[in-house]
Design a protein around this ligand. Sequence first.
Ligand SMILES: [Zn+2]
Length: 216
Amino acid sequence: MRVALTFDAEHPDRPVGRPGVEDELLSLLNDRGVAATFFLQGRWVESRPDLAARIASAGHAIGNHSHFHARMPLLTDEGLRADIVQADRAIRAATGVSPKPWFRCPWGHGARDPRVVMALRRQQYRHVGWDVVAEDWEPGRTADDLIRDVLAGIRAFGDGAVVLLHAWPASTLEALPGILDGLEEAASTLVTVADLAARDLSAAADPPTAGENPGR
Ligand SMILES: [Zn+2]
């Protein structure tokens, strides 16, 4: 059974318990020999170019997570183009890697908006949603909550599940060894979104109700 762990790396719009979580997360993935997919926010990349470069050189797949982490459907056509291109440039400048064709709309908003979909297509991008979400951005979530929900979600979905996680919550970092152990026990194969390219990954999008889940 294939599983794609995806991490959104971004400026969190809530206080983070402690800094340096992203660095430790990368080291952990490296120690366990795991390849994942990282969706990088352009502005975050500009503030942490060293870390963005480390993500790419570790061999993880790279996607674009917009520049300003805005709600894409609220942008004008020109605003959409500018946001997508600005993030693309920031990511390529820091990592030397093109994030195309992988794009994740913040909160999944715009995944089914024809204007957003067209703007992405014009820049050779496609939205990548998710099948499994454990709300790791919620401050009250413990590592045990995340391990349980991620593994149950993967079991329920079956082969090729895309799992939405974030690179900054401490609980995600704490849950990761348990998640990887559980996947190993289930003899799962960890893949990147590139390995699932034949799938309609936008169909995996499960946009939440507008105004909710500010952490995504
Ligand atoms: Zn996000």
